[in-house]
Design a protein around this ligand. Structure first.
Ligand code: SAH
Length: 343
C-alpha cells in the first residue's frame, strides 16, 4: 500500500484526463475507465481494457474501489452484511436489506465514530477517518454489483456520525441523487444523526430534502446526556426545536430513533414525557429493540414490553412503530462486524 499514489476514483472528469494524459490513453479508453469506476469495479476486472493497460494503471495508481473483506448472509431474511476494506486498511460495514418496496442500503459515513454513545458498538472500536463521498457511494456500487441488485433506498445509519463528516456526506447525497450517479431521489434517503444541531441547521439550507432521523433514546436531558455525550453540548430542548423547524420547512416527518433498553428507558415516565414533548409535532417514533453490545450492560426488553410501550405512545397521540430486526442471525447491528474484525 502506497498512500502517495493518486486514487483515480477521487478525481473529477477533468482531473482524470489531465492525470492520464502522459499515458497517452485515447478518449474512448478514458470513458471505458470512467464507466467501470462508476460501477465500483477494480482495475483488474475492467474486461474491455487491454491487460497491459490495466497492469500499468494498477502500478501507477491507487485503486479506490472497495474490497470485500467479509460477508454474511442472513438465513432468515436474506439481509447481507458486508465488511469492506478501504485502500488504506480501514474497515467499514454496510448492510443490504430487501423490503417489499425494493432494496435498501445502510451505509457507513466514517471508519469509526467519535460520538461515544454508551450503547453503541462503534464507540468502542476506535476512529479511523472520514469517508470520502465516493467511498460512501462505493459501498452501494459494490453491493449492487455483488448481489446483482439495484438499491433504491439509502439510509446513512451505518458506522459513523454523518453530520461529523458534513461536506463529504452532502457531496455523496448530491452525487447519489444525480441521474448520472445512482439516480436515487432525496425522498428515498435518510440521514440519521445523534443530534449535531449546527449540522442540521446547515442541512436545512442545502435544499436536499432527505428524511431526518434523530437518535433520541431518552426524553430526559440528563439521562440522554449520560447515554450520549454529545447531548451535553447540544441539549434536548434545542434539538427538538430545530427538528420542528426542519419538518415544517421540508413538510416531512422527522423520525426519532429510540433504542428500547430494558429497565432503563422503557418506563411509564419515559412514555409520558415523550408524549408531552412530541405530541402535535410532525414526527414518528421508531422503537428499536436494543442490540445488546458486549460491555455495555444493556439488555433488550421483552417484545411484549416494547409493544406495550409503543401502544402507550400511540394512545398518547404519537405515531410509533417497532423496527423490524433485519438479519439478526448475522448481527446486522451497527458496527459489530467491524468491531469483531478489529479485535
Ligand atoms: N451516528 C448516527 C448514525 C449511526 S447509528 C446516529 O447516531 O444516529 C444508527 C442508529 O443505531 C442510531 O439511532 C443509533 O443510536 C442506533 N444504535 C446504535 N447502537 C445501537 C444498539 N446497540 N442498539 C440499537 N440501536 C443502536
Amino acid at each position: 500500500m502506497d498512500i502517495r499514489r493518486i486514487n483515480l476514483n477521487e478525481l473529477s472528469p477533468e482531473e482524470l484526463r489531465k492525470e492520464l494524459s502522459p499515458m497517452g490513453l485515447r478518449e474512448f479508453r478514458v470513458r471505458q475507465l470512467e464507466k467501470w469506476m462508476a460501477l465500483g469495479v477494480p482495475f483488474g476486472q475492467m474486461t474491455d481494457i487491454p491487460s497491459a493497460m490495466r497492469a500499468e494503471l494498477s502500478e501507477k495508481y491507487l485503486d479506490g474501489s472497495l474490497k470485500t473483506a467479509g460477508k454474511l448472509v442472513s438465513a432468515v431474511d436474506g439481509t447481507v452484511k458486508y465488511l469492506f476494506d478501504l485502500h488504506d486498511g480501514n474497515l467499514i460495514e454496510s448492510v443490504l436489506m430487501k423490503y417489499k418496496y425494493g432494496y435498501s442500503a445502510c451505509v457507513s459515513t466514517q471508519a469509526g465514530c467519535r460520538m461515544g454513545c454508551t450503547f453503541c458498538a462503534s464507540a468502542g472500536a476506535g476512529f479511523g477517518r472520514d469517508l470520502t463521498a465516493r467511498e460512501i457511494s462505493g459501498q452501494i456500487k459494490a453491493m449492487n454489483r455483488d448481489a446483482g441488485v439495484n438499491v433504491g433506498h439509502v439510509v446513512l445509519m451505518g458506522v459513523g456520525e454523518p453530520l461529523d463528516n458534513y461536506d463529504n456526506v452532502v457531496a455523496f447525497m448530491r452525487e447519489a441523487h444525480s441521474p448520472e450517479g445512482l439516480n436515487i431521489s432525496y425522498r428515498k434517503m435518510s440521514l440519521s444523526t445523534c443530534g449535531l444541531i449546527p449540522g442540521i441547521e446547515k442541512l436545512m439550507a442545502e435544499d436536499i430534502p432527505v428524511t431526518l432521523s434523530v437518535s433520541l433514546h431518552s426524553p430526559f436531558q440528563d439521562e440522554r446526556a449520560r447515554m450520549m455525550p454529545v447531548a451535553r453540548k447540544y441539549r434536548l430542548d434545542k434539538l427538538l426545536e430545530i427538528c420542528n423547524i426542519y419538518s415544517s420547512r421540508t413538510g416531512r416527518r422527522v423520525t426519532y430513533e429510540y433504542a428500547v433498553i430494558s429497565g432503563v428507558n422503557d418506563t411509564d415516565a419515559h412514555a409520558a414525557e415523550l408524549i408531552r414533548l412530541l405530541r402535535g409535532t410532525l414526527c414518528h417514533v421508531n422503537l428499536i429493540p436494543v442490540n445488546p453490545v458486549e460491555g455495555t450492560g444493556y439488555s433488550r426488553a421483552r417484545r411484549e414490553k416494547i409493544d406495550s410501550f409503543r401502544q402507550r405512545l400511540e394512545d398518547g397521540g404519537l405515531a410509533a412503530t417497532v423496527r423490524r430486526a433485519m438479519g439478526r442471525d448475522i448481527e446486522a447491528a451497527c458496527g459489530q462486524l467491524r468491531r469483531q474484525a478489529m479485535e
